[in-house]
Structure formats: C-alpha cells, structure tokens
Design a protein. Sequence first.
Lengths: 442, 296
Amino acid sequence: MLLSRSLRTAALAAAIAIGAALPVHADEQFFPLQSYRVGPYAAGGTGFFGGFIDYLNLINIRDGGVNGVKLTWEEGETQYEVERGVEVYERLKNHPGVAAWNPLSVGIAYAMIDRITKDKVPLITINHGRTDSTDGRVFPYVFPLLLNPYSETSGIVNYIATREGGTNKLKGKKIVVLYHGSPYGKETIPIYQLLADKYGFSLEQIEVPHPGNEQQSQWLSIRRAKADYVVLRGWGVMNPVALKTAQKVGFPVDHIIGNVWSNSEEDVIPAGDAAKGYVAITTQASGAEYPVLQEIIKTVYGAGKGNLDDKKRIGSVYHNLGIVNGILNVEAIRIAQQKFGKRTLTGDEVRLGFEHLQLDPARVEALGAKGLFHSINVTWDNHEGDGRVTFQQWDGTKWKVVSDWIAPDWASLRPIIEKSAAAYAAEHNIKIRTSDDTAVSQ
Amino acid sequence: MFDYQFFIEVLVGGLLSGVMYSLVAIGFVLIYKTSGVLNFAQGAMLLFAALTFVSLVERGVPFWLGAGVTLVIMVALGVTVERVVLRPLVNQSPMTLFMATLGLSYVIEGAAQLLWGTQVHGLDLGINDIPFEVGGVLISQFDLFAAVIAGALVTAFALFFRYTRTGLAFRAVADDQFAALAVGLRLSRVWAAVWTAAGIVALVAGLLWGARLGVQFSLSLVVLKALPVLVLGGFDSVAGAIVGGLLIGAIEKLAEVYVGPLFGGGIEVWAAYVVALAFLLLRPSGLFGQKLVERV
C-alpha cells in the first residue's frame, strides 16, 4: 500500500512536471522550485515546499490566480546538494515568466547570487541566507525576508532579557551558545560577542562538530560552566541530540533557547520527553487555526490537491513557513502588478514588487494570517523587512507561543551589515545603489 | 587545581559512548572476518532496521511483534544481499566488493525512504534517561543499558562461535576460506548466515542509536563513528571492536574537553581519526587484528 502510494505520488509529480513544462501562457507566472523531498533533509523540504505549493494552489483555485494571472511551478529535486541546486537553476532559468527563486538552502543560495544578479531575478532566502544581503544597495536581487541571522541573535538575547526582567538584568548572567560546526553555525559568533559586551553578560561559544550526533563533552562543559541559558544554534540531528544530552547532564530544558533552524517538530519529536519545555524562536506561529490555513484545508485539501501526504503535518512549523513564504511571494507579484499591469511579469519587475513589500498587521489580517506572522516592511535598501519574532515552547505534542512579537535591535545591527556589504561590493567591484538606481531595466 | 571529579565524569561518559560505537563496529567485523568485505552498507542497514521497526510500531504493531517482524525482514535483506550482490562478485578484488557495498548503502537508504517515508521519528525503548549520581558523577541510565545490551550481544556471539556448528563454520571460513571449502563447508551458506548476523546487529544498534538520535536519515552516518574504532581495534576482531570503541570514546571526549579549547573546539571527530592514523602507522592490523603474513 505504501509502495503504491509512493508510485502514485511519483506519477502525480511527473504529471505535474509535464504539465508545468508546457509553453507558458501569456497570463502565467512561473516558480521554479529547487525542492528536496528525498535525502537527509527531506522532512524539512516536504513541509516547506508543501506549504508553498498549497498556498499557490489556494490562490489559483480560490482567486483564479493573482488578478487572473495563473501561478505555475515545476520542482527539481536537489537533495539539498549545491551542485544539484545549480543544475536545476540552469535547467529552469529560461522558462518563461520566472517570478523568483526560493531554494531554502544556504549553500544553494550562495551559489546562485552571481547568477540571479546577472539574470535579474529575485532570490528569496526567508529566515536564512547571507546576513549582509539585507543591504539592498549591494544585493538588489537577494531578499533574506523576515529574519537574517544577526536579527535572530538580537531577538534571542532580547527574549532572554524579557525573561530576566529587562536588559539591565543580563549583567552577570552566563549564556552559552552551542553552535553547529559549519559556516552557518559560526556566522553569529561576533554578534553574540557584541551583545555580550553591550549588555555585560558572560559568554561562552562551544562548537559541535558536524553532524552533531555526539555531544557528551560539550554538555559536560556547559554544566561545569554553570550556564544560565544555552542558545542552540543547531541543524538536523544536532538538535534532538542536544536536548537528550542536556537531560543526561541535568540541564533544565526550558533554559535552552533554539534558533530558527532548531525550532521544528522534526527537532523535538526524536528527543521525546527530553524536549518538553524547550523554547525556540520563530517568525511564524505553528498550528492550523489561522483563517488562511482553514481555507487551505477546505479549498485545496478539500479538492484533493493538498501537497502533504500526511495531513497531520498541516500547520507544522515548516508547512507554515512555506505558507508564509507563499504569501510574501504572491503579494510581491500583486504589488508589482499595480505598477506594471495584470500580466506575466519579468523577474526584475517582481524584484520591484519585493522592494515595496509592505504588509502591516491590518493587511496581514486581511490575508487571513493574523497571528501567523506579524508584518513586513521591505524597502529598496532593507531587504529583510524588519520581521518580528516570537517564541514557542514544546509541550510534548505541539508548539505553544509563549511570548509577544519581539523586535530585534535593527539599529545596532545595521552598521555591521552595511560594513560587510560594502566589503563585498569592493571585492566584487559592485556599484552601491542609491534610491535613484531602483528602476526596472528594460 | 585539577578537577578530578569532572575528569572522571568525562571519562565515564566517553567510555559509555564508546560502547555505542562498538555496537556499530561489531557489524563490520562479522562480515569482514568471514568474507574480507568492508561492508560500508552497515550504516544503511542500521537505518533500515530502525525505520522499519518504528514504522511498524507507529502503525499499531506491538513492540515485540514489531521487533520480530523487523528481524525477519533484516534476515531476508541479509540473504538477498548475499545472493544478489556478493555471490556474483566472488573472487573479485576487495576494492570491487567495497564499491559494491557502497552502492548497496545508497540503494538501502533510498528503499527505506521509499517504503517508510522521509519523516523523522522518536523511538522510546522505555528506558528513562534521567541520570543518577555516583560519588558526584552523573551516569546516564540509557548509556548503561546500552552497555549491558552490547555486553550481552558480545557474549551471545562468543558462545555462538564456540559451541555451534554454524559458529565453528564461521571461524573456519574466517581462518582460511580455501581450507574451509576443501573440507566441504558451503561458503555461500556461511556468508548468508554472516549477513544475517550483521542484520541482527544492525537491528540492535539501530534501536539503541535510534532511541538516542531519533530515527532519521542521519542514522546511517554513525558508520563514521565505527571506522576509527575498527582501525584501532582491528577489522577482524570482536574483542578489538569493544576495546577500540571504549578507547575511541574516551579519547575523543577527553580530547574535546582538555585539548579542544586550544584549537577553538569541535575537535573530537578528527581527534579520533588522528589516533586511528597513529595506530595505523605503528600497528597496521590494530590492537587485536590478525597480522597478515603473505609469501611474496
């Protein structure tokens, strides 16, 4: 039965691929998807791309597309591998009407920056990617929407401060950052140090070698250090192992704060009871109670077009991230259409839509996403868009939001981002844009 | 002042982790000992066993029935591998056989995901992992349980090798394949039995590692923990796998805590390989491995 379901899924995927590969009509906007549905990171990939496709389907079924422009897509399997991601890019980049790329992979995103800049098509790296690509003056086509790693760091420290009673109470506290031994894991080292110096807390940063399936020595060191909080900047198997090992050395789980890639069901379920009470940052709440989720269940899954095989995953962290990503992409197209007309847009025209992607809480509510995410305010030079974060706690079966929406300290972080972006511009001989340089190329 | 209590805690933690490495290494040893094949697919077999078991249990199959059914599936897998992959490659070079198992690992991983899906699963063996304290040193109940299981497994294999006909046939084949053939032992039957035994080890190791890490794709990566153990203990010695595991576990933890800060941390993975390489230079057959003497 399982095998036949897999075969049916494969046949359906092939049918979709063939359908999507047909010549684009004048009123279609195309999303090439570098998805990963097999391999070590398939659990995250199926959730995220499932949510993204579910939202695109909702717009097509409910609204007949974006102002009549139908949304189409084609998936290329990457298994989260950079070379496969680039291969999919080269294969699909000439498809008519490409709106934006959404790889959900730091490695693939890095490999695409020069290519998408040359081809003038937006690259969306929601919640991840290069921090300095926030600076739209240097990276006109890259959008680390909602949250970059530096903002995440600031958001986590602000949350700990809230729990302690204010930033002035951080002085004298001991925070340990347990980070994945990779460029991703190491990216925030200087920012934690900066914030430790600013607020006067004691800081220790400990590396866990990839893949992180053994952490006994790190957690014994944490116990010896008498840490007040541990920030878990993990990935994959490192996360449940951290929670289990914390239990082994008697560290309280509710004093472990996970980062945005340590915040999913896949990170806590394997840890069992050891994860009960664990807290993690997020830009989008989990759960299916939001109107947009209810519409997806009724309209998309009701029509038998839902993308998730397992309906219990509807409303999970990665699924909701995919839905929010869908909302942001669709709204960017809608905004661009207001300027360029209700037709298939070029990638550069969609880029302008992203650079005016301003969704206040009222607009978010109108989209049926009140409480799912807070707001976004992207401008031509701020490609992150000042996303707010919230914190959720695992109760053994589901995540429960335990904080208000918290604003990172963007003002303190911006000079560091600009400095890094300026260095990148100098190294790559890039002219730094001004507000006069944002027009769409003809 | 040197903190002896902390040192002992790190050492004990390392030794208990080492037992888990030994469990994986034993699967390698069984096959290498009798057929000269370094079975790179051992990690994939471990993943397949754990994923099959947990998927059955999640579908309402009782725990012990699930374990029994998984055992039968692992035996069938072992026999199939011998028939379909290894038997046609008899008399091929060790490198050819190694590459065959490398390919096999990808096939098994793919089949596991095709059959059971890509979701991660928790696996609860009913062992409470709240630590208990002995003289100020915290000891993991789960790791202690794993050590007992590993000890029981090694004892069972030792008795099997010594007192059963199949076990004696294993040893004969391990000593000299041609001599074993000459006295009428059927090599293919012995190899099928060996792969079956490796499947059983994969099931036991898969359940214990699965309970530790969660049952997910990266479970197959635990083979990387077994390789320095094999180099240190010897590829063809069960006792070597145990001692090698304990040594590697202890060394990597102590290195991480006491030497790691000098290098910025995160050294335990490569520290284990540094030790293994040093052993390779000084004693190529490992601590307990059979010295290879060839007439040239």
